[in-house]
Design a protein around this ligand. Structure first.
Ligand SMILES: Nc1nc2c(ncn2[C@@H]2O[C@H](COP(=O)(O)OP(=O)(O)OP(=O)(O)O)[C@@H](O)[C@H]2O)c(=O)[nH]1
Ligand SMILES: Nc1nc2c(ncn2[C@@H]2O[C@H](COP(=O)(O)OP(=O)(O)OP(=O)(O)O)[C@@H](O)[C@H]2O)c(=O)[nH]1
Ligand SMILES: [Mg+2]
Ligand SMILES: [Mg+2]
Lengths: 293, 271
């Protein structure tokens, strides 16, 4: 990985030998390749390399006792700085009123499964009374899937007329209020960021129920276009947080860095298995190490 | 001194951006840029023509080799959410148009409503489906499906499997078991089709390599090409693994399937 190759770059720099601009340039070139191999978007990589170059060539590294470690620390810390965020918890209201969470994202990113995971998490950690709302009326058996997920977690599922997603969301919220639920989680159909009609639909759902959290659910294996996709969802919806799924794969997960850098919304959770407890809080340090490889 | 022109830094950066953004990956992109530097090419248009020709060396068209009048078995596999089940519906429709007699096997006995999902597609297409209860052993479904396919004189049996990460040893073992069962049922024409998501980055190569090492992959289908990601990982996969790409998924409807064509695929990289 990058730590090994950086070790190679700097291995002739020992004792009183001075680290030079030449070997830092080589190290930065290696980091650039590592980030691209990790699927970090090229524009994001360019910005990142530019922003660390100055620091890397500065006093701190060139005069440091252990320049290699200092250099790696700068890279790692800069990544963590971008990835991290102070607000990683779900911002929900108190349980004496209704909180609404809406999930949106590309086809197959893991929304329906994540809806179950969030329900399970809030049920067990906050003893919330949760209603799942089935707004995917397109995918064959999507509603069946959410019903099954609901029964696995032990929460109710609202399906409404199974025809009009906006109406289902609206009726779902009404139903929740009437039946003293404190949390509604709205699952929506997978959609392309470039599908004007479908993006308009999810915007309408959002405007109708005004969610407390609008979570963009993205596959952690997404390539260069993670930026385009996230940008569009963030333009159309006021995304309040990001969930990256399938982090139990061996993907480096550079999409995490790309998405955070470009839309600057907190990455709140990662998906780490197919099971209902397969969700955990996002730790920037761990993901930074993983992206660097 | 040499009479030729070379592209300026700006132009090379633009070209590199096009290649990388297409998910071609840094290794192949850098190779191409380095080759380009050694040529007497003074403008971007000519550079692109050169690159298109170079890229043709990396990929190839391939025929799936499925003929009517005999039992063909298509085992569909891949990681979670890539579009396997939907692609099976599309491939079924594709072969229905060619007059094939088709049978489906609901081999995903794990994921919530996976059997219901494939069943709904089978109903829309009026194709029979072999399925068992949730949590059944997928190998058992496959066993029954092949018996049924032979008995009914089916041309094409398509087996759906649960999404599985190639990093999960127990799930890959399950896949190996399914592969073994199929092989033990006779030497009919069998193809393992890997489905990869067109929006996936470099991990798609690792997926292809892992599944190929586990059970062998005869062909690949890349889905969600309509998301406008360019699927450039195809070059790495074909260069290193020599596996043909049979189909491309271009949407969520039954007719959103095309045969893979290397020329138009390369054209789209630069469009
Ligand atoms: N290994 C793993 N699998 C996951 C994770 N999250 C979701 N999945 C799987 O990914 C696949 C797709 O999940 P879904 O929940 O159906 O995805 P979706 O976004 O609702 O799909 P659409 O509604 O079609 O857009 C399923 O096989 C899930 O079990 C995760 O964190 N890890
Ligand atoms: N836009 C687009 N969506 C697609 C395409 N192929 C499949 N999908 C969508 O991707 C989502 C996942 O499709 P599935 O067929 O359930 O994927 P899968 O691989 O069987 O998923 P698991 O069984 O959970 O692993 C669905 O919403 C499909 O409609 C495609 O070519 N383009
Ligand atoms: Mg769903
Ligand atoms: Mg499936």
């Amino acid at each position: 990985g990058i730590t090994k190759s950086l070790t190679d770059v700097f291995k002739n720099v020992t004792g009183n030998a001075k680290i030079t601009e030449k070997n830092i340039t080589k190290a930065l070139a290696d980091i650039r390749i590592a980030l691209l191999e990790a699927d970090v978007n090229i524009a994001v990589v360019r910005n990142f390399i530019n922003s660390v170059t100055e620091e890397a060539l500065g006093e701190k590294v060139l005069r440091s006792v252990s320049p290699q470690e200092q250099f790696i620390k700068i890279i790692h810390d800069k990544l963590v700085e971008v990835l991290g965020s102070s607000s990683q918890e779900l911002k929900l209201k108190t349980k004496d009123t209704l909180s609404i969470i809406m999930l949106a994202g590309l086809q197959g990113s893991g929304k329906t499964t994540t809806a179950g995971k969030i329900a399970n998490m809030l049920k067990t950690t906050q003893q919330r009374k949760i209603l799942l709302c089935a707004c995917d009326v397109y995918r064959p058996a999507a509603i069946d899937q959410l019903i099954k997920v609901g029964s696995l977690v032990g929460v109710e599922v609202f399906t409404g007329d199974k025809k009009d997603p906006i109406k289902i969301a609206k009726e779902g919220v009404k139903f929740a209020k009437l039946n003293t639920f404190d949390t509604v989680i709205i699952d929506t159909a997978g959609r392309l960021h470039i599908d004007k009609d479908m993006m308009e639909e999810v915007q309408k759902i959002s405007k109708e129920v005004k969610p407390d959290e609008i979570l963009f659910v993205a596959d952690s294996m997404t390539g260069q276009h993670a930026v385009e996709i996230a940008k569009e969802f963030n333009t159309v919806l006021e995304i309040s947080g990001v969930i990256l799924t399938k982090f139990d794969s061996d993907t480096r997960g550079g999409a995490a860095f790309s998405i955070k850098q470009i839309i600057n919304k907190p990455i709140k959770f990662i998906g780490i298995s197919e099971k209902i407890d397969g969700i955990e809080v996002f730790y920037p340090e761990r993901i930074a190490t993983r992206i660097l490889g | 001194l040499f009479g030729g022109k070379t592209l300026d830094t700006n132009a090379l950066e633009q070209i590199e951006e096009t290649l990388i953004t297409a998910d071609i990956g840094p290794a192949i992109s850098y190779d191409l840029i380095e080759k380009l530097r050694t040529k007497n090419i003074g403008n971007i248009e000519d550079a692109i023509i050169y690159l298109k020709n170079e890229l043709k060396n990396y990929i190839f068209d391939g025929d799936i080799g499925i003929e009517k009048g005999q039992l063909n078995v298509l085992l569909v596999l891949g990681v979670n959410g890539v579009g396997k089940t939907t692609s099976i519906a599309k491939i079924s429709n594709y072969y229905l148009q060619k007059g094939f007699k088709i049978l489906l096997a609901a081999g995903d006995t794990f994921r919530a409503a996976a059997v219901e999902q494939l069943t709904k597609w089978s109903q829309r297409l009026d194709i029979p489906i072999i399925r068992q209860h949730d949590g059944a052993d997928p190998a058992s479904v496959v066993f029954d499906a092949i018996d049924s396919a032979k008995a009914k004189g089916v041309d094409l049996l398509i087996i759906d499997t649960a999404g599985r990460l190639h990093t999960k040893v127990n799930l890959m073992d399950e896949l190996r078991k399914i592969e073994k069962i199929i092989k033990s049922k006779g030497d009919f024409n069998k193809k393992n089709l890997l489905v990869i998501d067109g929006t996936t980055g470099q991990n798609a190569f690792i997926q292809a390599e892992s599944f190929n090492n586990a059970v062998g992959i005869n062909g690949i289908m890349i889905t969600k090409y309509d998301a406008l990601s360019k699927g450039g990982i195809v070059f790495t996969i074909q260069k290193k693994l020599k596996i043909p790409f049979y189909f491309i998924g271009t949407g969520e409807k039954i007719e959103n399937i095309e045969e893979f064509n290397k020329d138009s695929f390369i054209e789209k990289i630069f469009s």
